[in-house]
Every structure is written in structure tokens, then in C-alpha cells.
Design a protein around this ligand. Structure first.
Ligand code: AMP
Length: 380
């Protein structure tokens, strides 16, 4: 992986009288209460405050910009950044937040004119939006072509942690990949099969592998277009798949509200008319035993439909095994982070990445469009 793209803003020295544009990812959850939208999780905003304070202390005028929701290139009142602005003002005085970047179709289209309009009148640009930097959007790609640019401290830490794990992991290195969308995750399973000592695969995506092994999966999540790739990956002996499954008969309600229907233990094969939603007890034993000796752990994606308490056992057992291990553990992706939170284990892992898609892409390709833009910036 390239390391020459991580130049800090600190090289600029005093910023007296200078204007700095900071791209952040303040795409935070909001909730309407008493007729007003409020931020319900301000973690991303709080994380940017030390950078803002340092830039202000160096004398800069600081303006931040973010996307928020999916207004699709139009002004949509619901996606105005007002609630974010309000929370930011409470946390850090003196930083201006621009209106939602995605109100302009030029943002997602990576339009150079829109990108140029963002840095007009600015002396410097800092990208502190790791979790948005796998997208080649204008606010990520264009500013580094026009003004001296730098990576923000949180973005830098994300990249350093991920590169450390991929390029020079303490061994044994155990990777755990789960979640529903196999299309999003097969790329990293391939990379990790080469780099990790063990790759544990669980969650909905595992059923396509199980199908490729010749097992029956009932009506569990499945994507026929990846069977051939799964078959090929199964030649890697370090890939560990579930050996049993828990689930329900078709038609039983699932989700956080769930239902009262009995949960079935299927063993290795899910029968017709049934669907798997979690790894079974034998798999939990095998997976946690594989995690225990790890010196490095990378975990992305839940082991089952953990939002429904009946199917949270596999994810909870894996989360507890990761937390109990003395390994350096990195947890990436919103769902795994949400699982850690649900089980009260956030403080027990080494690093929680804020970027789902971005951390997957960084592992898979060793690079991100946003890093490439900073690396190729023509300014010293
Ligand atoms: P992803 O976005 O691909 O990381 O998938 C995360 C989602 O996959 C979570 O909301 C889980 O509830 C869901 N999930 C994991 N395993 C299963 C499964 N066996 N069946 C249905 N959904 C699942």
C-alpha cells in the first residue's frame, strides 16, 4: 500500500489569515422530536472537534462541508444540515458548516466546476472524511487538484490501522467476515484468504458458500451469481465456514419485533421451507476456538440477523471472543460496530473503524479514490 498520501496539514505552519475547507462525514442519524430535527449520535461530529480546534488555534478561518442523506442532487428540506450545524455549534464555536453537498448534482457526478466552486476563496483543503473517500465525488476529488491539501488526523489513523493489519499483522491473523450482501464482501474474502491465517465466514453470505459445498440451504439468503467464485475460494483451506445453522420455518416474522415462533436448530443442512438466520451452537464453538489464539483480528459483518434477539447469539459470541482476546482487534463496518454497542463491548476492542464501505475497499484494493486524489495533488 502507498504511504506517501498521508501528508499532514501541520506542514503548513501558521494559518494566520488563511481559509481552510475541511471535508467531513457528518452524515449522522437524526430524529424528529417536538417538531425539531435533532442529532441522535454525534460521534462523528465530536471526532472532528480536535482538528477544528487545532486549525482555529493556528489562526485559520475554518469552513466544513459534508453530505447528509440522499437528496439526489436537489434541495430537500428534510436534508438541510441545520440540526448538524446546531450540534456542531454546541461542541465547537467558530466553525461554519456549508449546506448539504448533495443538494447539487455536481457532487455525486464529480463535476469539476462544482468541485472548484467549493474551494473558491480557500487557501487549503483537508480531507477528514475517511468514510466518504471510497466515492469519487467532487468534494473528495477536485479540491486537491486546486489548493494545497492534506489528510485529516482521523482519516490518517484509519488508514494506518488498516494498512498495518493488512501489510504487517502480528500472527496468527484471524479475519471474520459476515453480513448479508455477499457481493460486497467476496472481494475482501479473496484478499484475506491470501493474507490471513484463518478467514471465518458467517452471516447470510455464508449460505452461498454452503450451497457451493453441496449442502442444502432452504430459502436462506443466496446469490447464484457468486457460486462459482465461492467454489474457487473453497480451495483455500484457511476459510472456515459454519457447520450448523439456526432459523425458522418460512413465513415466520423476523426482525427486532420478531415473533413467538420456535427457533429451529438445523444442523448442517437447512431443509426446504426453512430459512437460516444465525450460526448454530457447534459453529459458535468452532469460531470462538479459532478466534482465541489470534494476535490480530479484523472483523467486518455480523454472524446472523442480530437485530432480532433470537438470532443474536452467533454475533454476540463472536463479539465476546474478539473482546476477550488479547489480539489487536479492528472492527469495521456499521453493523459490526452496532453489534459491539448492543453487547456493550465497544471499549474492549482495539479500533472501531467509522467507514463500512471505505474500510472494505481499503482492504480489497489497498487504496481509495480520496487517497489517490491527495497523493496526486500537484502542490507540495
Ligand atoms: P451487510 O450490510 O451485508 O453487512 O449485512 C448486514 C445485515 O445482514 C444485518 O442487518 C444482519 O441482520 C443481516 N444478516 C446477517 N445474517 C443474516 C441472515 N442469515 N439472514 C438475513 N439477514 C442476515
Amino acid at each position: 500500500m502507498m504511504a506517501d498520501d498521508l501528508k499532514s496539514y501541520e506542514r503548513w505552519g501558521s494559518l494566520d489569515g488563511k481559509r481552510v475547507l475541511v471535508r467531513v462525514d457528518f452524515n449522522v442519524p437524526v430524529e424528529r422530536r417536538d417538531g425539531r430535527w435533532r442529532v441522535t449520535d454525534d460521534f462523528r461530529i465530536r471526532s472532528a472537534v480536535p482538528l477544528f480546534e487545532d486549525l482555529l488555534a493556528r489562526g485559520a478561518t475554518v469552513v466544513a462541508c459534508t453530505h447528509f442523506g440522499r437528496p439526489k442532487g436537489q434541495v430537500v428540506d428534510e436534508y438541510r444540515v441545520d440540526p448538524i450545524r446546531e450540534r456542531l455549534a454546541e461542541l465547537c464555536a467558530g466553525v461554519t458548516l456549508m449546506e448539504n453537498l448533495r443538494f447539487d448534482p455536481g457532487e455525486e457526478a464529480n463535476d469539476p466546476t462544482f468541485g472548484a466552486s467549493l474551494v473558491k476563496g480557500f487557501d487549503y483543503y483537508v480531507n477528514e472524511a475517511f468514510s466518504a473517500s471510497h466515492r469519487a465525488h467532487a468534494s473528495i476529488m477536485i479540491p486537491p487538484t486546486l489548493v494545497p491539501s492534506a489528510v485529516g488526523p482521523n482519516f490518517r489513523r484509519e488508514v494506518e490501522v488498516m494498512r498495518g493489519v493488512i501489510d504487517a499483522p502480528a500472527r496468527p491473523f484471524v479475519a471474520i467476515v459476515g453480513g448479508a450482501k455477499i457481493g460486497d464482501k467476496l472481494g475482501i474474502v479473496k484478499v484475506l484468504a491470501q493474507r490471513a491465517d484463518t478467514v471465518i465466514v458467517g452471516g447470510g453470505m455464508a449460505y452461498t458458500f454452503e450451497f457451493a459445498q453441496g449442502r442444502t440451504i432452504g430459502s436462506s439468503l443466496f446469490d447464484a451469481s457468486y457460486v462459482a467464485e465461492c467454489t474457487e475460494l473453497l480451495t483455500h483451506e484457511n476459510i472456515l465456514l459454519p457447520s450448523d445453522t439456526r432459523g425458522l420455518r418460512d413465513g415466520s416474522p423476523v426482525g427486532p419485533e420478531g415473533g413467538q415462533d420456535p427457533v429451529l436448530d438445523f444442523g448442517a443442512n437447512v431443509p426446504d421451507g426453512c430459512e437460516g438466520f444465525d450460526i448454530g451452537p457447534e459453529t459458535i464453538e468452532r469460531f470462538t476456538a479459532a478466534i482465541a489464539p489470534a494476535a490480530t483480528i479484523l472483523w467486518n459483518g455480523p454472524m446472523g440477523l442480530f437485530e432480532d434477539d433470537r438470532f443474536a447469539r452467533g454475533t454476540e459470541a463472536v463479539a465476546r471472543a474478539v473482546a476477550a482476546s488479547s489480539a489487536f482487534s479492528v472492527v469495521g463496518g456499521g453493523d459490526s460496530a452496532a453489534a459491539l454497542k448492543k453487547f456493550g463491548l465497544v471499549g474492549s476492542v482495539g479500533f472501531v473503524s467509522t467507514g463500512g464501505g471505505a474500510s472494505l475497499e481499503l482492504v480489497e484494493f489497498g487504496d481509495l479514490p480520496g487517497l489517490r486524489a491527495l497523493r496526486e495533488s500537484p502542490f507540495p
